[in-house]
Design a protein around this ligand. Sequence first.
Ligand SMILES: [Zn+2]
Length: 151
Amino acid sequence: MNCAICGKRKAVYIARVEGTELEVCEECAKYGKILKPIKKIVKKVVVKREKPEAEEFVVLDYAKKIRQARETSGLTQEEFANKLNEKLSVIRKVENGELVPSLKLARKIEEKFGIKLIEMQSEVSGEELQHEKTEVATLGDLIEIKRRKSH
Ligand SMILES: [Zn+2]
């Protein structure tokens, strides 16, 4: 917002000039009576961090578990695939560890064969803990430096 009087400089005060409240620059404020400084509009940036839902992921040894579940049930890969309404090629790749099954498929296998393929992981554990550790280390370093200087 520019000064209401000169229009050139940035308005910094609200001043009463000849009975009218105007937003004026520092120079033009002299023509009237300064009422108050213009508040800087500080946009509060609220970083909305969505609380991470516990993330679901397929276990690392899914291939072994799925193969075992299939073999325990005495099914061939083809029968297994049919039971799950999946392509045989998908089941083959999954059992070979070449393809991580989708959560949907993993859940289907869990339900039909009573095995555990999906685990939950909260995002908080990994990254944030590491971040905290880094900060602590930095603070420690500072104290160390201060000590060294004072001696
Ligand atoms: Zn002005």
